[in-house]
Design a protein around this ligand. Sequence first.
Ligand SMILES: Nc1ncnc2c1ncn2[C@@H]1O[C@H](COP(=O)(O)OP(=O)(O)OP(=O)(O)O)[C@@H](O)[C@H]1O
Ligand SMILES: [Mg+2]
Length: 386
Amino acid sequence: MAASKEQVLAALAKVPSPGGAPLTDARVLSDIVVSDGKVFFSISVDAGAVKSWELVRKAAEAAVRAVPGVQSALVALTAERAAGTASRGPQPSHVAQNRTAAATPAHSHAHRTDKVQPGIPGVDAVIAVASGKGGVGKSTTAVNLALGLRDLGLKVGMLDADIYGPSLPKLLAIKEKPQTVGGTRLKPIDRYGLSVMSIGFLIDEETPMIWRGPMVMSAITQMLREVEWGKLDVMVVDMPPGTGDAQLTMAQQVPLKGAVIVSTPQDLALIDARRGVAMFRRVNVPVLGIVENMSYFMCPSCGERSDIFGYGGARKEAERQGVPFLGEVPLHMTIREKSDSGMPVVATEPDGPHAKIYREIAAKVLEQIKGGADSGRMAPKIVIEA
Ligand SMILES: Nc1ncnc2c1ncn2[C@@H]1O[C@H](COP(=O)(O)OP(=O)(O)OP(=O)(O)O)[C@@H](O)[C@H]1O
Ligand SMILES: [Mg+2]
């Protein structure tokens, strides 16, 4: 007999949250989808507490799997990282102060209209994939978008600008260290035809990094300018969440052709997405559009669709902001499993439905890049080096 939602909730009530309260009382659960023996739901927590919640996520998955009639369970942990903060390492207060201090000069340039930024030699267009909020699937979207652009015949590079929590080593299963050219410049690593660079290739994953504002700037600048990118049509930059130093550095250090904003459909995420749009506009970077990730849940066995987070919010938000809506990516076990095991769907299931969605998004992004998207808001003198 198939399991019921009540049975699942009863099992979850026995799982303690880090504070000791039953998981069902912790106000972190999304709607619970039970379909044909498959169970899916998400736990949304503060990013600072992700480590302790990962154990709860595992325990919840195990508890649900033990319910009679449940064949599989997928519990997603979504972290709500406050915008622009470095949550993945200890952060003494002086660091926070430094970050603020470092952000000040960046802000003072924010209204530039006449600053000509040097391009990255050989790179035609740099686009940022960003969100106001953490854990919405930026990195997953960035990787699959890059692969989608590759499938359109472009030579694509990827830069992981999330120096607090680099994820490209994991999402692309890259363990090797980049080689140097001529002793000083680094060679990007080639994976699935993408040229990839991440600070995660250079530092030990277990070492918590404390970055001060100026270090953030120089780390990103180095990855942009001291790497042999070669000839690229597009460089996709996976941004850290928020609207802090790293985003401003990017906007100032490179002539960004535009930014793709990723959001989930929930109201809170959309408010952050709005902040993201506003920030890029403030620094005269065109917004290429918004992607709604985890838009709806597709039951892997019956193919039925449920809108567990409420659906369509990002499309409406895009309309409200007057920016293109680039597409909807469902919440799907395959996307997560593939992404987290370094085998992104577009590369490993090119004929599947998800790859198609990402390729369609890539085509829209390319259209925007070519068409000089949002050009009314572009800084007039930004030049992209050929
Ligand atoms: N469409 C999707 N369906 C299922 N799982 C997804 C989807 N998109 C992302 N995920 C999963 O959600 C988690 C967070 O995704 P990801 O790391 O891409 O988010 P992020 O916004 O880059 O996070 P951060 O702010 O920490 O950098 C990952 O486990 C990923 O596999
Ligand atoms: Mg990320």
